[in-house]
Design a protein. Structure first.
Length: 308
């Protein structure tokens, strides 16, 4: 099927019909779950944002207030959410997922991930890359601000990225902190283990790009079934101050939630002031410190954690 129509409106509508059929979102229920697409979208918002007002969800998703009210009532009756009146307007309710609600979302999210994984499994590696790049282009074009286009984008890792991560991590820490080559060995080991044991349902790597050039990276890896670990956050000097580090950390947190983790941990050093500031603003708390001698330097290691 071709979407290269003379009329852009016709082309966009044709693509929209094809894409919604391909993902099955026009079915009465999403996948094999008992939830409609709109119900799944409400669950997603509640799983990723704390103490949302029902009105906020309606505005965010463009849902009719009456329809949203029925969804909320249904969720309440099933024990998926809690509702409490807003102090400023007791006619409005603040919504939160219960433990049962989070379990329900985790199952729904895993089912959706499995369906997309099955679709991608039918494609070659090159075709999968072309597909995700095209999706990124569509999103960037439709979401860009006319006065201030996005300066960078985040994408999933691909062939060749691990070599870049190892090289840039080693060079950056040697230049900035005089760390010796043993740090490069550690990064190489982490990257090698990530590729050898990669489980997309539990782990991921994101690369930040500017004008097609990698400028940052972050890894989400499994620590335990419940705890995710953030590793190897790095941003090139020319991309610092643009929010790349914060965007990578937020993406890592979101990825951990989507994969069903309940907590995230990370290990860093006290001298990495900029990174520590990002972690703190993202809700991480310092839980332990330990002096150590590594990479040719006397350092103070720090463990940070946050609930998801």
């Amino acid at each position: 099927m071709s979407f290269e129509a003379t009329d852009p409106i016709t082309a966009v509508r044709a693509f929209n019909r094809f894409y919604t059929r391909k993902l099955g979102v026009l079915d009465q229920h999403l996948g094999k779950s008992p939830f409609s697409l709109s119900e799944a979208r409400v669950l997603y918002e509640l799983a990723h944002r704390d103490d949302l007002a029902a009105k906020e969800i309606g505005i965010e998703l463009g849902l009719d207030p009456g329809y949203l009210s029925r969804i909320v009532q249904n969720f309440d009756e099933k024990g998926l959410i809690t509702r409490k009146p807003l102090p400023a307007d007791r006619r409005q309710y603040q919504l939160s997922l219960t433990a049962k609600g989070r379990q329900t979302f985790a199952k729904l999210n895993q089912s959706s991930q499995n369906e997309v994984a099955a679709m991608l499994a039918e494609l070659s590696s090159d075709d999968a890359t072309r597909l995700t790049q095209a999706m990124a282009t569509i999103e960037a074009v439709l979401e860009q601000r006319r006065s201030q286009p996005a300066a960078f984008m985040l994408r999933s890792h691909r062939v060749g990225d691990m070599g870049w991560v190892i090289s840039r991590q080693a060079a950056a820490y040697a230049a900035d902190y005089n760390w010796e080559i043993s740090y490069e060995a550690l990064v190489a080991e982490i990257c090698a283990q990530f590729i050898k044991n990669y489980d997309p349902a539990r782990e991921h790597c994101w690369i930040a790009e500017m004008s097609g050039e990698p400028v940052g990276s972050i890894f989400l890896v499994k620590a335990t079934d419940e705890i995710a670990k953030l590793r190897l956050l790095q941003v090139e000097k020319k991309a610092r101050g643009l929010g790349v580090g914060r965007a990578l950390v937020e993406q890592c947190l979101q990825g951990a939630r989507e994969r069903g983790y309940s907590k995230m941990t990370l290990w860093t050093q006290s001298i990495l002031v900029a990174a520590r500031g990002i972690y703190k603003s993202a809700g991480f708390k310092l839980v332990a410190t330990e002096p150590h001698h590594s990479f040719g330097q006397d350092l103070i290691g720090e463990t940070w954690e946050r609930d998801l």
